[in-house]
Design a protein around this ligand. Structure first.
Ligand code: SF4
Length: 266
């Protein structure tokens, strides 16, 4: 499917929860967050129905995000349901890998193709500080488990404050080089100011070539990360919500009042 600017939209990012088992400082406020009531969180059946309609319209690439998708109970069942939709060529997940060593085999068996793993530093004390208490060893166990399960290629998402030449970023890059892992650098974003950059080593943030729509865990099709627009699949139905989002997808991202990347999965 094409939007009004002629961009081919074939990529759907699905946030399955706004919950997370980490509290990264650039994502989660110290005072905590107001979680989406469970009654408003989409069921696996609703997500799969929406995905099937999106695939009919031209989507062939799906990514599961969060919050942290692995905290959603039964996530492998959803992967199984999505992997059975004819026309899905690439089924991926973005995860902080804290729970990945427990789930990797089941996810691969259910049909997940690959994972992107968040890793902003190689220094345990910095990791614990940035994530407000996370244990970096679990990330390395998750990477090893993903490799054993064949969830490859494994890519590392490294958030930087200003540039990929920062010491932490350089060390993650070296680790990636030594272990055959592709590293992408994501500059911290500012929603209120509409400030963001193209993902270094990726496609995100490249508005003229944007190919994506997002589904939030509470059922809104969002045409753009840097926009407040959202179309409810429960109110409009999957097909109408997608059509509305496509028709109103902005040419590029701008200032927006929401600042909850955790509920839209980046
Ligand atoms: S800011 Fe919006 S238009 Fe630009 S790349 Fe991101 S989602 Fe696409």
């Amino acid at each position: 499917m094409k939007d009004r600017f002629g961009r081919e939209i074939n990529y759907l990012r699905i946030s399955v929860t706004d919950r997370c088992d980490l509290r990264c400082r650039y994502c989660m406020p110290a005072e905590g967050i107001e979680l989406i009531p469970m009654k408003d969180v989409l069921t696996f059946e609703e997500i799969t129905q929406l995905a099937a309609v999106a695939v009919e319209k031209g989507v062939d690439k799906i990514r599961l995000t969060g919050g942290e998708p692995l905290v959603r109970r039964g996530i492998a069942k959803l992967v199984d349901m999505l992997s059975k939709i004819p026309g899905v060529k690439d089924l991926a997940m973005s995860t902080n890998a804290i729970l990945l060593s427990r789930h990797a085999q089941d996810l691969a068996a259910a049909g997940l193709d690959r994972v992107n793993i968040s890793l902003d530093t190689m220094r345990p004390e910095v990791f614990t500080h940035v994530t407000r208490g996370g244990d970096i060893r679990k990330v390395f166990e998750g990477i090893a488990a993903a490799r054993r399960a064949g969830l490859t290629p494994i890519k590392l998402n490294c958030v930087v404050s200003k540039s990929s030449s920062e010491p932490n970023a350089r060390e993650v890059y070296s680790y990636g080089q030594e272990n055959g892992l592709e590293v992408r650098f994501i500059k911290q974003m500012n929603f209120a100011e509409g400030l963001f950059d193209i993902v270094e080593g990726g496609q995100g943030g490249d508005c003229p070539r944007c190919n994506r729509l997002r589904l939030s865990s509470d059922g809104l099709i969002r045409p753009c990360l840097f926009s407040d627009l959202g179309f409810s699949i429960r109110e409009l139905g999957p097909a109408e919500a997608i059509e509305r989002a496509l028709a109103e997808k902005p040419k590029s991202g701008g200032k927006c009042s929401h600042n909850w990347i955790r509920a839209i999965g980046g």
